[in-house]
Design a binder for this molecule. Sequence first.
Ligand SMILES: [Zn+2]
Length: 249
Amino acid sequence: MFTDTHAHIFKEYYEDIDKVIKDAKMNGVNKIICASTKISDAKEIIKTSSSYNEMYYCLGIHPEEVKENLDELKRLIEEVKDDPKFVGIGEIGLDYHYGKETKDKQLKYFDEQLSLAEEYHLPVVIHSRDATQDTIDILKKHHVKGIMHCFSGSKETAKILMDMGLYFGVGGVMTFKNAKIDEVIKDIPLERIVLETDSPYLTPEPYRKYQNEPKYIKTIAEHLSEVKIIPLNELSVVINKNVKDIFDI
Ligand SMILES: [Zn+2]
């Protein structure tokens, strides 16, 4: 059994969420952690997760959504702080690839949401794109554990983040042709890796023509077991321990 540590299972993308969950379970994915990117997502996932034992959630405002109201997010977090399905702050971070013009606001939102994670003793799920140095600098000001989602940095960056206690989310990108990330992943100990789909985006090969779903964690796990040269059942034991250490689920 595996956990998809990062997915966006919302009505905006999926007509039949029942089927998505069922297909995930049939493929050995019995836990799915959904991350919000904006307030409407956050509200939806609080509701949806109560209908599915398999579904957990993180609340956060994505760096591309910094027009959203941070105070409203804080109010929501206070409301659900005792919900056992609420397991982290995310998806938060910095994206200078798409949003360089909102850089100052992104820095403020990231910083404040990291403080929320500290205040509520929750792990974080971090999105960082073309913003490595600022991400590292801001993380150094906080004491948080969590995941570098869709990590695509260098070995050097991985080492710095590892020394800070962070984990790495590995997903469909690893299966793409010419993906150089395999070389970096080889160097990261399995004890620091978790699996994620980032559904509905980044479907792994050979299914790229389909919309991504948590069921494809199986494909990602198989690819990782080849890269790490470790049997799938042994891989799952280590990865599940990592998920437990981060999210306590
Ligand atoms: Zn995401």
